[in-house]
Ligand binder design. Sequence first.
Ligand code: ATP
Length: 390
Amino acid sequence: MQIGKNILESELGQIPKVYAITVFDGDGIGPEIMTPTLDLLQRVASLFGSFSFEFKHVPAGAGHFRDTGEALPKTSIDAARAADAVLLSAMGLPSIRKPDGTEITPQIELRFELDLYAGVRPVRVYSGQSTPLADPRADQIDFVLIRESTEGLFAHMHEGQIHGDEEATETLRITRPVSEKLFDFAFRLAQQRAIKFDRTARVTCVDKANVFRAFWFFRSIFMERAKAFPEVEADTAYVDALAMWMVQKPWEFDVLVTENMFGDILSDLGAGIMGTLGLAPSADIGDDAAVFQPCHGSAPDIAGKGIANPLAMILSAAMMLEWLAVEHDDQDLAKAARIVDDAVGQNVVAQRHLTGDLGGTANTIECAASVIANIEKLVASSIGVSDKVV
Ligand code: ATP
């Protein structure tokens, strides 16, 4: 642990490494959870002293579409492309729609623009955390769902056909290049987790290969790529059975990899296991860019009340720190990621300063402030920081 040293070096004039973060504040509860998350990141940076963040706020979303007719300006895409990483809050509002009736979804368009094929959605229950699952093994749940995020049933979104009043069609697309990259990503993640947990790595391909040829193709590519990772167990599951097992025995999963639409649905089921969408972070990773955002939407039913849970946004920021740490070989960022994660876990397990969705009475700012207080204590003592990574 180098924190004391870094603070000292900073005081003596060490120049912190600056990370450029493009920020999308979003719609509904989006800005309410983004503001305290950025405050938290600034506090973490000032405690460590060896790195800092330069936040560039750019417009996109339903509100921007209402005001300008544009949902995701090109300048915002360019800013996302130029950044070291992107933080994106919840976007879209059911009351603001395109002429064809669909919602404004710049968060999905950005995945296509930046080729963010791997949607990483960790599902983890902190030891001692209460969950909707009664089984005592529930607090061993720690798996990662990887949702392919640039094709599948979303490949031709907004292009579905409605034929008169009688029929509608949508097209699902699976390609070899994207599937190969996706599966390689899943196998590599499982290898890293095997080292972390000191156990055999396992990746499960989740599909519907018994009915759809496109999923048979998907599964075949998975089995081909598995040969390049002989030390990783590769198995397969049909999505319907997998959905049941996510309730019956989710502690048995390691890494799950699946198509876009299946991943969309299963990740909300994962959030349900954790007790709330307000605890579900995500990362959308590509070869050249990464976007970090909570799994949940803009929650218009509670927007403006100041009661949204900021923890999924904060945990997404922790995933960003972890990703930047690897990309830039920055050990302090890796340590900061673990501290933020542990600081959230302390409150969740102790049921302290939680928002209403987790049974508490705290508002958004109180919840985030309490996590920041935990971070300050953890940094000060450097004790209690686990070796777990997000
Ligand atoms: P989308 O399709 O855009 O992902 P959604 O239709 O799944 O959105 P959400 O906006 O995610 O809907 O909200 C689903 C429910 O979860 C709502 O009741 C909302 O209030 C609640 N919810 C979502 N995020 C949070 C949060 N951060 N804190 C508290 N409650 C939340």
